[in-house]
Design a protein around this ligand. Structure first.
Ligand code: NAD
Length: 503
């Protein structure tokens, strides 16, 4: 079955119906920049109608620890599109992050952040940077699964899933095709994390092969982010996992000088939310001097998402023209470059005046050059044979000589399984470890039933889970403190676990 994301919205945007969106005016400078943005949307002829929702400080302080009440949830569930001004999270414990709540509850799997250089009108070393960072929003180290396992060691689980990778990578290619972009770059660290980042990379290669009209390449995240910081003009769309995306989207906004100007989208299968990336700026709230560009950019992303790509280009080009003409709010005002220091509403008036104009110097918006349609196919899980071939038993042991624990474990009658190796922080320390390797109290002991073939390849024999239970019971009876286990599997005969460093 083919599930077309946003198709309903695309049709609505053809003018049969006016589309209702939920609008949160936010806190601090929120109401000022939202008024400016809504005036521009109205003047542009955008085919939308707004419905106000209450989110943020007032709701938090009324005793709602999530910062969002039932009425707001009802409106969001009905309208599916949220335009949100920044909110203030009150100081003190017990207040949950509203953005995390919205992202997780609504399944907003993609974070989209376009960053464009506006030099020389906004200070930056880069002149023709125009990059979109598409970050996976739900998985990776942000699943929040952390444990302390021994006195010395804590862990955070990095969860990467095939459906999660397929959805974000396909979204990136569909985004490129929908909005006139030419190239998608994948950033990963699969030279080290061969299974997790390896999966992301493999899915990228599989899906890239379906989009022959879009150029694609992959880079290791460390050198990739360094190159992004030095030559941002070489990038078009970047797709990456949650943590890397979090870091590089801030690098991109920072080097473009546009932290105060960028908008972002959080896209889910049913709901999408659009906002500026800055906060509620309480230091200048109520003065009417805030720059509304971040929220205007967010509204441009929203219109593109709704299929109103010509209106999106029109607003974006009017915004660029206004900045180019030198009408600048206080935060970007520069003697010599700016023509006038304008307040929030004067800036919006200029944008409205410039609707229909295109910038002369800055790169004009090209959203409507694409096909405007984003479609994501449903995940289809293929059947694979999963065979248990061993277990990694993690033991809390306070000794420091690997030979001692190794020989004790060698002596264990473990039914079918034999100790294959012990690692400490991933490095093999038994058998034949190096005395220089520093050891903590966290020992990963691998038990398998394996044989070497004549050409030196290791073949793992299939095990029953009862073998693992019997081994664990024996270890426990011998006084070892097992703090966790990981089963070792093969999928369709392929090893699906990493080897120890030095194994
Ligand atoms: P901030 O982004 O609000 O402000 C940082 C600095 O940038 C301030 O000096 C501010 O005056 C300036 N600034 C920000 N936006 C501007 C604009 N549009 N025009 C001109 N100047 C602007 O960050 P902060 O001070 O760390 O956070 C303030 C509040 O915002 C906090 O309560 C925080 O939790 C919240 N916040 C909300 C969101 C959100 O709703 N998505 C995001 C970030 C921070």
């Amino acid at each position: 079955m083919h599930n077309t994301l946003f198709n309903e919205k695309q049709e609505l945007s053809k003018g049969q119906k006016v589309l209702k969106i939920a609008v949160a005016h936010g806190d601090g400078i929120g109401p000022e920049i939202m008024d400016a943005t809504l005036r521009i949307l109205k003047a542009s002829g955008a085919n939308i109608e707004t419905e106000k929702i209450e989110l943020g400080e007032k709701v938090y302080l009324s005793g709602n620890s999530a910062g969002i009440d039932k009425n707001a949830w009802d409106v969001i569930n009905q309208n599916k599109i949220i335009l949100k001004a920044p909110i203030t999270t009150p100081q003190g414990k017990g207040y949950k992050s509203l953005n995390v709540t919205l992202r997780k509850s609504l399944g907003l799997f993609a974070n989209v952040r376009p960053v464009q250089s506006l030099a020389p009108y906004v200070k930056t070393h880069f002149t023709d940077m125009d990059v979109v960072i598409i970050r996976e929003n739900e998985e990776d180290l942000y699943a929040g699964i952390e444990h302390q396992q021994t006195q010395d060691v804590v862990q955070c689980l990095k969860l990467i899933t095939r459906p999660g990778c397929e959805k974000i990578v396909r979204y990136a290619f569909e985004y490129a095709r929908a909005y006139g972009r030419k190239k998608v770059t994948c950033m990963i660290k699969d030279n080290i994390m061969k299974l997790t980042d390896g999966l992301f990379h493999n899915v990228f290669k599989e899906i890239a092969a379906e989009y022959t009209d879009i150029e694609s390449n992959s880079e290791i995240i460390d050198i990739g982010s360094a190159k992004l910081a030095a030559h941002p003009e070489r990038y078009d769309v970047i797709v990456t996992s949650n943590l890397y995306g979090d870091i590089i989207s801030d690098i991109a906004a920072e080097i473009a000088g546009s932290v105060g100007l960028a908008g972002s989208a959080n896209i889910g299968t049913n709901v999408a939310m659009f906002e500026a990336i800055h906060g509620s700026a309480p230091d200048i709230a109520g003065q009417g001097i805030a720059n509304p560009s971040g929220l205007i950019n967010a509204s441009v992303l929203m219109l593109a998402h709704l299929g109103q790509t010509k209106t999106a280009d029109n607003i974006k080009n009017a915004l660029l023209t206004t900045i180019e003409q030198g009408y600048h709010t206080a935060d970007i005002y520069q003697e010599g470059t700016s023509v006038a220091r304008v307040n929030t509403q004067e800036f919006a008036d200029k944008v409205i005046e410039n609707l229909g104009q295109k910038p002369a110097q800055l790169q004009a918006s090209k959203i409507s050059e694409g096909n405007g349609v984003i479609s994501i196919s449903e995940y289809n899980r293929k059947k694979q044979k999963q065979s248990l071939v061993g277990v990694d038993v993690f033991i809390n042991w306070q000794g420091n000589n690997p030979k001692e624990i190794g020989e004790a474990l060698d002596a264990i009658d473990s039914f079918k399984m034999k100790l294959k190796m012990i690692t400490n922080r991933g490095v093999k320390v038994y058998p034949n470890g190096l005395p220089e390797t520093y050891c903590t109290d966290h020992w990963r002991c691998r038990f398998v039933d394996s044989e070497s073939t004549t050409d030196g390849q290791l073949v793992y024999n299939e095990l029953e889970y009862e073998n693992v239970i019997a081994l664990l019971s024996r270890l426990h009876n011998e006084g070892f403190q097992v703090i966790k286990t990981e089963n070792l599997y093969e999928f369709d005969g392929q090893r699906a676990f990493s080897l120890g460093q030095g194994e």
